[in-house]
Design a protein around this ligand. Sequence first.
Ligand code: NOJ
Length: 792
Amino acid sequence: MTQFTEYYSFDDVAREVRFLRSDPPTPWMNYLSNGNFHVMLSQAGGGMVWYKSPQIWRLTRYRFYNLPMDRPGPYLYLRDAETGAHWSVNGEPCPERPDAWSSAHGLGYTRFDCAHQGIAAHATYFVPPTADVLVWRITVRNTGTRARKIDLFGYVEFSLMEYLREVQWQCYVKHQLAVRHHAACDSIIYRYGADNQLKPEETPQVYFAANRPLTGWDCNRDVFIGPYRSEENPLGLERGCQGSNILGGDGCGALQCTLDLAPGEEQEVIFFLGTAASPDDAATRLAALRAPGAVDAHWAALGELWQGRLRTFQATLPDADAARMVNTWNPYQVERNFLFSRSISYYATGFRGVGFRDTAQDIVAYLQLDPLAARAKIHELLAQQEQNGFCYHTCYPVEGFTTEKKEYSDDHLWPLLTVWSWIAETGDAGILDDVVPYFDGGEGTIYEHLCRSVAFSQARMGEHGIPLMLAADWNDAMSRVCREGKGESFWTAMQLGVVLPKLAELATRRGDTATATLCADYKRELTDVINDIGWDGAWYRRATMDDGLMLGTKEARQAQIFLNTQTWSVLSGMGTPERQRQAMDSVAELLDTPLGIKKVHPAVTDYPTPEAPLFAYNPGLGENAAIFCHANTWAVIAECLLGRPERAWKYYHQLIPHIALQTAGIEQYMGEPYAYASNLFGPDSDRFGLANVTWLTGTAAWMYLAITQYVLGIRPELDGLRVAPCLPPDWPGATITRVFRGCEYTIDIVNHGGSAVTLTVDGEALDGTLIPHQPGRATCAVRATLGVTIPV
Ligand code: NOJ
């Protein structure tokens, strides 16, 4: 275990990050989830619990924008029944701090350890893979020499389920709930049932109970907390629970258990906060959870689940910080993005639904962890596509809300990459024949859906022969380019350049030569235009505006060069080889910083006009010359494709959160050292290096692809596994295990510098770098030598 700062340390064997102070500059979050039942929990126990949807089934309350920053949460309090002294196992929120305290986030769990006044407590919170419940498992030990009576309290504040109605109409809606103690199962049960609520028949009831008899409970928040108090100093901790129930009002769950502890004695209490269809169902579920060994089995299942997922790709690397991200935290973040899209985090209140393009990209990185879940998500996404190929930019698959119909130039194209990647991973092109409904009626195979995506773009070309920008492309901030319907996107042309060959490859294998030819021709035409009018002399331009103004040119006062069209000129292969290198050299020269690559340079303040500048963001923030980490990932990939490992490594390494945090300083960086951010404030800001929107960001998926598939170079393709590493020159090598289509590959890379690769497979020399898939092969030993050709 290495302690890096006074705030945190990593235990890479346990795959944990441990917190030594409860007050980092922002809450450092974890997500506990089984795909249905979810918890967002900070290092200090703040956070919220929801079931399937944070919009309509928000079970516990969390006050966004609150001060302190992460209140409330599922808190655990201890009270010395004799002295009345009380403190929290979570570190927050009681003013009386434990003598010793730490917490740790692990994969799907968070734990807290504290010792105070001769009482040691250890609590682990987790959500089992197969039960919709938050388990809080607590041991309390008397470390002193005299007998102690200790009260343990578990506390949650219930939310009004439907978040928007809670914000708008709580004064009425709150009187339509009931929170009561049910003696039959010794559990608090919260029932929400409001007039005109969404999906009443699917709305769960919430139980909160312990594995042992309660000493007391409260269901009325105002009784437990008391007037002009907060979760910092609840009245209930002073006088004990009062046994309040509540029919209408502000509900809570407060459970009290009294422990008589002889010297040296330890006792365990387990709280269960879960969902059920009815009180009877809650009683059944609780009986199962209270059965001897049940919680142990759930805990073991959680460990096995993550072990199984992570087994797909593990690496031994000379760089511990990269290894930690590759082996643990990056795939973990990828999975959490797959579950939550961009909806709920410390930065997002949980009301924005699922981003189409975001999820399509997340799946590409996630699919190796669970191809079946990825396939289901592909169905869910393509069901948001209309017959003409249009895809809804934002969707609400759980809630079924309707959403604005706004055409973007990129959304519909991402599934081509997603589906191709799914087939490359699994080898199963049968997915193309899956039938998925169109949003506006009718249905089609996935292959037909993909073809319609291309047709949608073809029908929306601009006057220069590149795609119209429409509402925006991948970059949301391009919204001012095409307000009159004429502005175009060079980047979207390059996106087509990446995905058209994918569809062509699939089409060729299906014998659909017409589509394959169409894709090839389309790409060729776009390539010609890009190189004809898109090249600015030292980089590729970004867009044309409605009035014909070129964006991304050296003549401009601001926004002269954009990152995306440089990286994607390489990813798409549309730039000429010489221009690709020159474009990426311009990135290094004009956009790179010690904390990552700026998205655009110079920042916009009043360009093209003071009345309507291109971006509303302040200089250096968000889309306006921030370090946009998501877009940095493509620079890593581009440099690998160009065979320039030094630069690829620099771009990868500087954004490892733990590294960026050290470069910027913890007070400046602020975000979690284990989860990627969407962006960092850029050098134009006096807060250069501040991490913004951590956890739920496309950075996670693409950084994982960049390191695993390009730097380490293990890349699934339709015919097998490509092994084409691009390692930092000073690494002697690396060893990777990769489970691919049922075969466990052990790949030893020996690095003599450079990117020329020679492979042996099970001792035999291989021509090229693609290892053909052999059905039935269980293991495969690969040796990749970089830089020199070794005679075999
Ligand atoms: C964040 C959005 O979630 C994503 O959809 C978009 O591509 C990037 N910002 C860039 O604008």
